[in-house]
Ligand binder design. Structure first.
Ligand SMILES: [Zn+2]
Length: 196
């Protein structure tokens, strides 16, 4: 599923789930993946679930391994957006013992509140970021400020500072520096930044 789509095949006019209305349900939209010809339709504007887009016509599914197909596990109603804290989630990943203690804190006994948990793994957060446009927000945090990829590159004119999930690849011809015992990664596709 996706939280945004494009209105045109050239992918110039972005359309966000939060701006969608019931009458938009009959319109075919374009998958954010330019290589994928899936026919995307608006779902969930009935109030039962969060509005999102899905390739729900069997004849026009996502291509294999499309970021917006079944390989993306993000479902807006399966996690607690309001208690998501990006910095804390990443800190907990870096300090697993601390995170374990935190997980044991009871947070389900408040009456009337759901048992949903916030996203906490890299995969969960990555899938959530991919499902959104980089200008959308998740619990008031801009997606592009959590994930550096080709879409959000323009948000990083001077460098990458603070916690970020980075869609990177091994540096060609220099992935591992045996002297320094370092791996070298580059991101995004433009290879503007190198990390080691
Ligand atoms: Zn697709």
């Amino acid at each position: 599923m996706a939280m945004y789509v494009y209105k045109d095949s050239r992918r110039t006019i972005e359309f966000l789930a939060e701006d969608a209305l019931k009458q938009d349900m009959v319109i075919r939209y374009y998958c954010p993946n330019p290589n994928c010809n899936a026919h995307m339709y608006l779902c969930g504007v009935d109030g039962l679930s969060t509005a999102h887009f899905s390739a729900n016509r069997q004849a026009f599914p996502h291509i294999e391994k499309c970021d917006y197909g079944t390989s993306n596990g993000f479902k807006p109603d399966n996690s607690d957006e309001n208690s998501f804290d990006f910095e804390m989630a990443l800190e907990n990943m870096l300090n697993p013992t601390k995170a374990t203690k935190k997980d044991k804190l009871p947070n389900t006994h408040k009456t009337g509140e759901s048992n949903l948990k916030p996203l906490r793994t890299i995969r969960q957060i990555y899938d959530m970021c991919i499902a959104h446009s980089c200008t959308q927000t998740y619990n008031n945090k801009v997606i592009g400020k959590m994930l550096l990829d080709d879409r959000s590159e323009y948000m990083y004119p001077k460098g990458v500072f603070g916690y970020r999930i980075i869609k990177s690849k091994p540096k060609t011809g220099g992935f591992y520096n045996t002297n320094e015992k370092e791996i070298h990664l580059v991101a995004p596709s433009s290879e503007k930044y190198e990390f080691f």
